[in-house]
Each structure stands twice: as C-alpha cells, then as structure tokens.
Write a protein that binds this ligand. Structure first.
Ligand code: ZN
Ligand code: ZN
Length: 276
C-alpha cells in the first residue's frame, strides 16, 4: 500500500472506531502510506449509533496532536456526514464554522431502514429498497456541499447479511438512475470513492464495483479516492492494494486526495501530489 492516500479512516472521534489519530498516524508511517484522510462521523439520524457524538474542538485537538507526533505522513481532516440531504444544515452548525480538508457524504439509512444491516431488508422487496437508495444518492449529490461520495453500493453488506442476492449490476437495472447520479457528481466535481471495506466482509466486493466505476469514467469522471473505511484492528488500511488494482483496471490514471477542499491528483506508488 506504499504511496497511497487512504481517504476514509475513522478514529476514536467516531464512537464506532477504536484507534486514536496519533495511533493511526504511526501505523500509516509504518505502512508506507503517503497520507491519511481522517474522518469523523457526523450523524443525526435518531436511530444511528453515532448520532450526536461529534465534537469539533475535541477532534481538532486530536488531529493537531497526531500531526505533531508523526510529521512523516500527511494528515488531512475530514468528516463523514450521514444523510446530508436530510441533515446538512445541522451538520454545518455542529461543525462550528471550522475548516476541513474534505467533506464526505454517506448514505446509511434509507428513511428508517439501515441498509448496512440484515434487518434493513426485513419485509421489503430488496431491489425496490436499493432503487430508492440510488434515488436518495442522486438527491444528495445534486444539492449537498460534499467533496466525496462514500461507499456507493454498501447495501451489499446488508443484503449479504440477510442472505439475499447481491450479484446484480445496478448500471444494467437502472441505467438512467445511475447515469443521472454519476453525471450530477461529474458536473459538481464530487469524487467517487473506491471503498475497500467490503473486501473484508462476506460479500468480498468493493463499494462500488467495476461496472459503476467504468460508467463514471465513460461519462468523463476522473475524481476517484481510495478509502479503507478503517474502524479498528485487524482491518486497518485493509484492501487498498486491491482498490488500486481495480482503479487501474478500469483505466484511471491517478487517484486524488483533498486538501483545503481542493482535489489533488497523485499516482499511487509514485512521487508527491500535484494541484489540479
Ligand atoms: Zn459510511
Ligand atoms: Zn465511514
């Protein structure tokens, strides 16, 4: 995983994660990463475990402390806003006017259904819930102030847990919907994340998979980030090399990180980043 920016790494400033910013920075140096995008959950869904945990002052001081302890790795400060199409205003309020390097949008809940868990699919036609997931993603990228769209296709975790089929191709099932999503992202300069956390789960896939990435590229999309969605051991920075291999197999020449909300291209495994 040498020379990669892992742009999706949670720390103890998310209540579901186990390692501090300082510990993550040390591990990143040891792993040869070029940089880490630290991410704190900013959630408001009333049933979400992470709801209301975020504390911007506590997060800032933890990031500063980690930067001081490991100058050998670039630490970027980000947040993952859950369902920003519903809670963007509250998230911005909670973020307290502070500066962030990047904002990630994450969709975990489709209305009252948590699509990452088996129960999310109880008593519903699975594909109609997945279709609604894509509709809500499109709504999010059409109007929210975000830099990166997280883990498109993470409903496969819930489907796999419910022992339901997750081998379909959404670009074939709903071409107008998925094209509309990708076109809106391209128009608004929102990066598509290759999230490798599914590689450590039963479904053994990235979120998203190759067909959606291919279509994004065909439509002119170039902004891609890599993210392991690290929360705890033993899965720290897991799957990044597979993510790079996928990115290259689809034909992307570079990946991106964000600093002060500007995308910067870099070549995984090569020299330092350059401004766009
Ligand atoms: Zn997420
Ligand atoms: Zn996350």
């Amino acid at each position: 995983m040498t020379g990669i920016f892992d742009m999706h790494v949670h720390t103890t400033n998310s209540p579901d994660a186990g390692l501090s910013e300082t510990e993550i920075a040390k591990r990143a140096v040891a792993a040869g990463l070029k940089g880490v995008g630290l991410v704190a959950h900013v959630d408001f869904h009333p049933r979400d475990f992470c709801s209301l945990f975020f504390d911007p002052a506590r997060y800032d001081s933890a990031v500063e402390c980690a930067r001081g302890s490991s100058p050998g790795v670039r630490l970027l400060k980000g947040v993952e806003i859950g369902e920003p199409h519903l809670y963007e205003h509250r998230a911005k309020e909670r973020m307290d006017g502070r500066e962030y390097d990047f904002l990630i949008g994450g969709l975990h809940w489709v209305d009252d259904r948590m699509v990452l868990e088996a129960e999310g699919f109880d008593g519903v036609e699975p594909l109609s819930l997945v279709e609604e997931y894509f509709r809500q993603l499109q709504e999010m990228v059409s109007r929210c102030d975000i830099d990166i769209l997280a883990h498109v296709g993470i409903f496969r975790r819930g489907l796999a847990r419910a022992k339901l089929d997750c081998g379909f191709d959404e670009t074939a099932l709903w071409p107008a919907l998925t094209d509309g999503l990708l076109a809106a992202m391209i128009e608004r300069g929102i990066a598509l994340e290759i999230n490798t956390s599914g590689l450590r789960r039963t479904e053994r896939v990235t979120y998203p998979q190759a067909p959606l990435l291919r279509r994004y590229r065909e439509l002119g999309g170039r902004l891609i980030t890599l993210g392991s969605d690290t929360h705890a051991d033993p899965w720290v920075f897991y799957g990044l090399d597979e993510g790079v291999a996928l990115l290259q197999s689809v034909g992307f020449e570079s990946a991106f990180f964000f600093e002060a909300r500007q995308p910067q291209a870099y070549f995984p495994g090569a020299g330092s980043g350059q401004s766009m």
